[in-house]
Each structure stands twice: as C-alpha cells, then as structure tokens.
Ligand binder design. Structure first.
Ligand code: CO
Length: 211
C-alpha cells in the first residue's frame, strides 16, 4: 500500500502547487478541453505522453495500448479516434512507438504468451511479414527489433489513413496530419520517421470515394 499512499500524497502536493502558481488553472481546464493532438502510444510506463513532450493537461488527447497498435476492429481505439477527430478536431495524430518495446520483442520471439496476448501480438508478426525480406537481412537481434519498432509505427500510421474517420476529416477539414514517431528509452529523444498528410493517395482498395 506504500505506493498508493505515496501517489495520493504527491497528487495533493502537485494540485496545491499548481493552484498556488496559477490560481485559474483547474477552473479553466474544467470548463473545456481543446487539445490539438491525439497521441497513440505504448502502455509502457516509461513512455508517458505528456512528460516526454513537456505538454500540460489539456494539450494531448491520449490512447495507449501494448505496442501502440491501430486496429480497425478495436472499438475502444476507434471511439477515441472518432471523438478526437470528429468532435475535438485535433490537427495532428501521433503514433509513438519506442525502441526496446516489450510487445514488439515478444512478437519477434517464438514464445507462446497465451491466448489474448498472442492474439494482440499477432498483428505485429503480420507487420514483420510485410517487411520480411528487409528484417530477415538484419542479423543483429537488437537492430532487428529496433527496425521492427519503426516499421510497426509506419504501418499503424497507414492503418489510420485507411479508416473512414480520417478520410472524412481529410476530405472536409484538411486535417489531421498523421505522424509516426519512435521514442528512445536510452536518451529520451523522439525520432520522427514517417508522415501522412490530408489528400495523400492510399492503396485504392482502402479509399472511400463517397464520404
Ligand atoms: Co512498448
């Protein structure tokens, strides 16, 4: 229970400090949120979206799951995306992976992690297959995992563009811009590796022409 006490105690200290420094902070934030960014990140405790970007409460709308996956049948994720794009009108959607991702590492291995996790990580194995030739050519296991982290982010950004949610916003509002980033646990730095912008062509089979 020590950790729980500690967390509640530091929350109290934080709230008091903020209220002292900026008396209107909570009152203003309680009225409305107007974030310009939707962040899709890994659940990994070492990659907190606001902390590593120096953003404040109210600035980033967040969805996190294991290995930052964009799954077109994931109702939880789609609800977040729909709300962020259609109601909050975010200007940017960022998929941020991280080097040293345990989810990607597990997907690279042949280890059975049982039922639900196998099912979730299967999507990363599918990413591997898309880039099989390149990845098979990387003999160093650490480098291979790093490259798969990057390619996984690229594919998740492409998955975003395949949704009717993004395509509708691109067509009618010319936003959001899509970004694929990878965060380095070792140095705390973000490596931007991929972007897609409104109007960018997609593989035709994914393109909705009547939205
Ligand atoms: Co991770």
């Amino acid at each position: 229970m020590e950790i729980i006490k500690k967390v509640l105690q530091s929350n109290k200290q934080w709230a008091e400090k903020v209220a002292l420094q900026e008396p209107e902070f909570f009152k203003d934030l309680a009225k409305v949120q107007n974030p310009e960014i939707l962040w899709i990140g890994c659940s990994d405790s070492r990659v907190p979206a606001d902390r590593i970007t120096g953003t404040l409460p109210g600035e980033i709308f967040v969805h996190r799951n294991i290995a930052n996956l964009v799954i077109h049948t994931d109702v939880n994720f789609l609800s977040v995306l729909d709300y962020a794009v259609r109601h909050l009108h975010v200007k940017h959607v960022i998929v941020c992976g991280h080097y040293g991702c345990g989810g990607v590492g597990a997907a690279l291995s042949n280890h059975n992690v049982d039922l639900v996790l196998n099912m979730w990580l299967r999507q990363i194995k599918d990413v591997y297959m898309l880039y099989e030739q390149e990845l098979d050519g990387i003999k160093d296991e650490t480098l291979k995992a790093r490259r798969l982290v990057e390619l996984n982010v690229v594919e998740q950004v492409k998955h975003l563009a395949k949704t009717s949610i993004i395509q509708r916003a691109w067509k009618h509002e010319q936003i959001p811009h899509l970004h694929g980033w990878v965060y380095g646990l070792e140095d705390g730095k973000i490596n931007p590796i991929y972007e897609m912008h409104p109007g960018e062509p997609l593989d035709p089979i994914y393109q909705y022409d009547d939205i």
